[in-house]
Design a protein around this ligand. Sequence first.
Ligand code: TRP
Length: 505
Amino acid sequence: MAQRSKWGTNLGFLLAAIGSAVGLGNIWRFPYVAYENGGGAFLIPYFVALFTAGIPILMLEFALGHHREASAPMAFRHIDPKWEWLGWWAVTFVMFGISLYYIVIVGWCANYMLFSLKLSWGDDPNAFFFDQFLAASDVDGVWRLGGIRWPIAAAVAIIWFINWLITYGGVQKGIERAVKVMMPMLLVITASIIIWALFLPGAAKGVKHYVTPDLAKITDLRVWIAAYGQIFFSLSLGFGIMIAYSSYLSRDANIFRNSLIVGFSNSCYEVCAGFGVFSILGYMATRQNQEIQDVVSSGIGLAFVAYPKAISLLPHGHLFGFLFFLLLIIAGISSTISIIEAFTSAVLDKFAVPRKAVITVMCIVGFCGSLLFTTHAGILWLDIVDHFLNQYGLITVGIVEALVVGWLYRTDKLKAHIVSNLGLSGARHKVFDYVVLQLWMYCIRFITPVALGIAIIHSLIQEFAEPYAGYPISGVIILGVGWLLVTHVFAFGLSGLPWRGAPVE
Ligand code: TRP
């Protein structure tokens, strides 16, 4: 059997894992979610979620992949062949679901990067984005596709091509080399944008809105659910990615330290990004004599409507816009390469086929899949599929993962693995073993499944109360529920095929 790929250094692994975690979710999802859920007060549930689910599950995924040097399906097969499907399902719906539309958003960013140079959106960025650029159908037009939008499709082709170029080179010569260039760039651009933003007139007003705690929100269950959801998506948990990435680490790697570094870097990045985003909103509100709540818009609107408005107002706005969209593109690509690797690694473990062929086929299939989201109904499809895969797909994988590892595999096996590489001895070893890792085990066994369980039940109740976001019920069922079911069946199919790669048992 071919030798398993390896990272050249632990730093290479850290950059790749942070690259996967830091993505579109950090730059424009987090600030908005934080703002909507109590501003500064949101940080309390957010950090509770980070410590009770984020870092524990991250450590679990790292330990699982590293312990047996296995991708997600193989790692779960080691626990019990019955659970192999879970690994397949995670990598399948992320690769052939989330990344398909995620790359389309990166494609929009590529278009907007160029639009920034000429401020092409004019005086009405909202009409420009929805009517001209996307030419989007109304909410009830889910089935009126109306053909592909070629400027978007062209950008999507380029982004898939870059993904292919990077992953084709392999773990060390492709991904590690790329993140060693991309991550420092990401850091420099982010720092420049944040500093630039903080010194704009009115920035303080925006920042004040961002950090002022609305303590009443803390008692609202939805705020807690939003916090766990954000942590999960942002840290790429339940994607099967962190399992694959850690399987390429050297045998003596320190899993505990690596999980803390990745977990904190990701959160630190998003909390800081929030300062940049809100400074800009403060500037915009001041220039237009408006209140912050009038200039904030949710999710997609924030980057493609509110930001272009701000870019038009800013001195040297073209440069600012160019850098901002470039930042989103880099952050996006360092995330999508990670799922291509996770899926490939699963296929190689099981079928022992040539790596390069797998990567090429997947990028071509992925590109074709992305085209589905480039039609006039693209944004509607994106919204529905995203809602279902995030709220149900990721959360289900998280719950089952925590239960299977916590109760079936007995976390002590992974615990022993984590401790063995820490190089501690005597009393420190005991304290670590009995206190820190004991707490970890409680989080995995109890807190994570309960917290995620509440989140999923809450979402289900809302689903039955009314169809998601007012879309026609056929759209919600076929696209949302359908996507979950089809990827599930596909995953079961893959897990039923005979193993040709490394023997497991
Ligand atoms: N964690 C990323 C974010 O915050 C999301 C992400 C990671 C992702 N890997 C991915 C999305 C692969 C799609 C495909 O944005």
